[in-house]
Design a protein around this ligand. Structure first.
Ligand code: SF4
Ligand code: SF4
Length: 167
């Protein structure tokens, strides 16, 4: 991912405005990408699918609280040279609502990307190799869990069988 554009320093928490984000101090961070939730990978084929996303130059994948997202770094085509929206009156609903306190799911949530731009996600994958390493470990762990559960089920079944015979 490209490094973040330089911005004025983050304001102290107390200085975060209650009435909306400080767009006049920002370089339109939220207009420079889109992100879509994707299915969490369950098996090798699912990881292969995500690898395909990652081979495209401006795409990367992140995970927060177990939810997986594909992010594509691409400026909105209506973003103007001074970081202004050129279709302000017609901008989509998601743009109109983003960063407005009344649309937050919880009051603790940061208003917008301006306040989270230095944060990291729980997991971030930018290359096939990064995802591959994670997939190998994860799938091996799941396989081991499956094997343990299967062994435990067989053992329980054998115990019940012995108990029936002993009656
Ligand atoms: S990231 Fe926040 S401050 Fe920056 S343009 Fe978007 S809503 Fe405004
Ligand atoms: S339509 Fe306007 S507010 Fe929405 S992403 Fe594009 S430039 Fe930003």
């Amino acid at each position: 991912m490209e490094s973040l554009p330089s911005l004025v320093p983050l304001p102290a928490a107390a200085a975060i405005p209650a009435d909306g984000p400080p767009c006049h101090r920002c370089v339109a961070l939220c207009c420079r990408y889109y992100a879509l939730e994707i299915d969490a990978p369950e098996d090798e084929d699912d990881f292969e699918q995500i690898k395909w996303y990652l081979i495209h130059g401006k795409s990367w994948v992140f995970v927060d609280d177990g939810d997986w997202f594909l992010q594509v770094e691409e400026d909105c085509r209506f973003l103007g040279p001074r970081n202004e929206c050129q279709i302000y009156d017609k901008r989509p609903k998601i743009c109109r609502e983003y960063g407005m306190p009344e649309h937050l799911e919880s009051p603790d949530e940061p208003l917008c990307d301006y306040f989270t731009r230095t944060d990291r996600h729980d997991l971030e994958f930018r290359t096939m190799d990064e995802l591959d390493s994670y997939a190998k470990v994860t799938l091996a762990r799941r396989e081991a869990q499956r094997a343990r559960r299967s062994a435990a089920a067989s053992e329980a079944w054998a115990r019940r069988k012995r108990a029936r015979r002993a009656r």
